[in-house]
Write a protein that binds this ligand. Structure first.
Ligand code: CP3
Length: 353
């Protein structure tokens, strides 16, 4: 009798991938790994492509977005791609006057301070972002079995850029509005929730397999203020993403005391930064998956030190309902890509049985 091949080891669709299996809390052939900010300034091929092209301009060019998103997938063989864009891109798309300044970040020409300022921002409709639909469709075709993560900024983190007018350490003006002008705050949070939700919907409709909601600066809030002023709005974005049928990852920095709430906001997987031991994060999120959480500066340590610490993260992650390996925050621009390549190979070949 002829022998017949009955098993295929490589996943053939994103749905079978280790990344989506972990996000759904299913068993995995290896711990899936990707890196926040895996595309970008740490890659020479990215810097070459971006020469003379502004950040927002590059986000609006479907061919550039496709190529930049694919670069780290090719170089590292990571288990997922993250869509190349920015959390403020949908604001730009609806007409907010803003720019992303090199080495600075998003800068808003006229910061939002009044109810009239909020009401002047249009809701986002798919027609605002045809290049996003085009880029996601093209990417999904090129990625084959590798899943694409769509993303958006959470209402608090996006509000911080709109109210401060740029990057901020204390988020003082933002929190002053939150504490002192509840009706303006509520309108602003509803507005951003609509925009982020619609932005995620466009990405999933075009083929993204999972979404990540970035509430990077939520760690500035007490749990009480998070519950009263922020969580309901993130909850709406995550609930609407849940209706799209894709796993939802919810991430913030310095969120040790918020991890339980960030899970309850409606996440399937909660991102844990490196300051919280992963085991603690796992016990705080309960019956959900976790993502993280190697200190991003460990790439500057000798390779064996980095890999020893990665092994600790993988071992801790075994107690989770699902574990997606990542850094505890984004890739630092001066990171040597060779270290991330070694880290990826180490995580993917780490024996789980
Ligand atoms: O690889 C990826 O992760 C996908 C692309 C991505 C970018 N921004 C591209 C980018 C993603 C997922 C983001 C999300 C984002 N943007 C967040 C949440 C994630 C986080 O790091 O907490 C935040 C807070 C922003 C706002 C923003 N945009 C900041 C703080 C900066 C960096 C400022 C700087 O230059 O140091 C940006 C600019 C930005 N977004 C760059 C990239 C590649 C650098 C732009 C450039 O090349 O000049």
């Amino acid at each position: 009798e002829d022998s017949v091949v009955t098993s295929v080891t490589a996943p053939v669709t994103p749905a079978d991938s280790a990344f989506l299996r972990a996000a759904r809390g299913e068993s995995v052939p290896h711990t899936p790994v990707w890196f926040m900010r895996q595309a970008g300034r740490s890659l020479p091929e990215y810097l070459k492509l971006r020469e003379g092209v502004g950040m927002l301009e590059s986000c609006m060019d479907a061919d550039l977005v496709t190529e930049i998103t694919l670069q780290p997938v090719r170089r590292y063989g990571v288990d997922a791609a993250i869509f190349f864009s920015d959390i403020v891109l949908p604001l730009k798309a609806v007409g907010v006057d803003l720019d992303i300044k090199p080495g600075v970040g998003p800068v808003v020409a006229s910061p939002v301070r009044t109810l009239a300022d909020v009401e002047a921002i249009p809701d986002l409709v798919p027609e605002h972002v045809p290049y996003i639909t085009a880029a996601v469709r093209q990417l999904v075709g090129e990625l084959g079995p590798t899943p694409l993560i769509g993303f958006a900024g959470a209402p608090f983190t996006v509000a911080s850029y709109l109210v401060e007018g740029g990057p901020s350490k204390e988020h003082a003006k933002t929190k002053a509005m939150m504490f002192g002008a509840p009706e303006v705050w509520d309108a602003l949070m509803r507005k951003i929730a609509q925009i982020s939700s619609a932005y995620l919907r466009v990405q999933v409709a075009a083929g993204a397999s999972a979404v990540q909601l970035f509430d990077s600066w939520a760690g500035a809030l007490t749990p009480g203020d998070y519950v009263s002023h922020v969580m309901p709005h993130s909850q709406r974005v995550l609930a609407e993403a849940g209706e799209l049928g894709v796993p939802r990852i919810h991430f913030g920095v310095g969120t040790s005391s918020l991890l339980t709430l960030m899970g309850e906001a409606g996440a399937d997987v909660v991102g844990v930064d490196w300051r919280t031991p992963l085991a603690d994060g796992i016990s705080r999120v309960g019956d959900r998956g976790v993502q993280g959480n190697l200190d991003p500066t460990l790439v500057f340590a000798p390779t064996e030190v980095m890999l020893d610490r990665a092994a600790e993260v993988i071992e801790a992650g075994r107690a989770a309902k699902g574990h997606i390996f990542n850094l505890g925050h984004g890739v630092i621009p001066s990171t040597n890509p060779d270290q991330l390549k070694k880290l990826t190979e180490f995580v993917q070949s780490y024996p789980l049985d």
